[in-house]
Design a protein around this ligand. Sequence first.
Ligand code: MN
Length: 596
Amino acid sequence: MDVDAGHGAALGGALPTQPGELPLARRLRSLLTWPTTETDPVTHLVRAHRGIHANTDPSVLRRAYTIAENMHRGQFRKSGEPYITHPLAVAQICADLGMDTTTLVAALLHDTVEDTRYTLQALAEDFGPEVAHLVDGVTKFDKAFYGTAAEAETIRKMIIAAGKDVRVLIIKLADRLHNMRTLGVRSPASRQRIARATQEVLVPLCDRLGIQTLKRELDDVVLLHLEPDEHARIARHVHDRPGWDAYLAEVVARARVALRRSRVDAEVTPRPRHLYSIWKDTVAGGHSTPYDLPRIAVVVDGPATDCYAALGAIHGLWRPVPGRFKDFIASPKNNLYRSLHTSVRGPKDHTVEVLIRTEEMHRSAEYGIAANFRFPLAGGGAAARAEQLDWLRRVLDWEQDAADPAQFLQSLRCDLAEAQIQVFADGRQVLLPAGATPVDLAYELGTELGDHCLATRINGRLAPLSSELEEGDVVEIFTETDAANGFDADAAPRGPRREWLGFVKSPHAQMQISRWFAEHTEPGISITDKVRLGRATIGLALRKHNRGLASDLPLLRLSEELGYPDLETLLVAVFDRVIEPDAVVRQLIDLVDHRQ
Ligand code: MN
């Protein structure tokens, strides 16, 4: 199976026709072999790859292709094409992204272990452990063995594999992109299902990795399958915008002059929005016709400070629209996206959107995490990469706490669906899902802090632990050990409250709280035991006030007053921390003292 680069030519159309061969057999033969080196299917791939990474040896790509082609021979896509066209297209997407040779080899082989007799072990022997890890990471769990849990289990496995090597996710995204491009041949029901799953999990994953060039196409193809009429309407609008090109050409030309006058070296280009982005703004703004403003990108040739000089030049030329300036350089988005955004009153008083960024910002905006592979020598990559994967690390953290794959997938969906906010705590910026509370923050800062948090100060003021945090809030968390500072100094050591589960937002906090209760509730503890322990808890709390219970009567009355069906239910509630023992005791004392 060890095939070198000369193989294509040897199998090419130059093979002499065997004497006596029937024309049909000849035609079949020509279908099964590569007609000439020029159209050899790997050539295009190799060219794209070497166009970005000039010094790579393409022979391993040919070897991987040959094995994949052999293994998948006789298999066909739903479209009727030979199966090998799929892994080849996936590798091509990875090559266009600028991924390294290892990724391309794994992309070519990504379905062999799942769908052919080729084993992971053989793969590891032929191509090494790195490629084997990547292929294994995108290999689905068998539905026959894992049943309905297979999908969730597969995603969990992929995320864990990506924690070790993020290229797993990039191959998966390329795989899904090609499957989405060729979704047309599937039934409407499976088109809907696959497009929906892509929108829920893979598009947000792509966004978190910052790979806008992939995300744009995924967005548009999802829209095509989920809202075909809307897709057609927006596509029609984009296709026949009268005077649009001439208008943008004028904007670009005048911006260039203004920048040159301000001595800012910059490339100015039209920057059309993709269909999904136009559609989203149209729907969000309730517009009856597609809402789409002309947009240009200014990529400066200098450091970040040149972006502000460029901004000054543009604002000097055209009046800025108030409230539309955003500085994502000073405050990058959570996927590390950086740029200046502004809108101005352009020629003929039309609103024009302007993006301003450096070369480096532009590269990482387009390629995200893949920029580290596409521009390995650009520098600063390693640090950016580590930060970009913070999110993945957090997901892996709570992955360990998820009871089962279905819960993990549910939490992952929540995490991906949420908008995020940034707050300041502990001297740093912390990312939280929108609507998060100080309890979410405490768990984000550490499990110990979460379990023992007691009070919070938001922007210097005491606030309930259930308060919704806002973008930019400065938050302090206090625990039992801070009790000396005056917070509820009487508080007995305790863990999280059950009612926190009603307001925490992040899957991480939810899982940590559930974990605490699982650990602190004896498995299989009986109601009788809970009643006994609940009573003992109240006894202990009463002792702090130098009181005791002579009979059950006051407790019985209190349980009635609090609306519990019987005393046992109240005691179980105390044990489960649905109601605080201190609160019960206070009310108990009030009750007894008042009636005496
Ligand atoms: Mn595939």
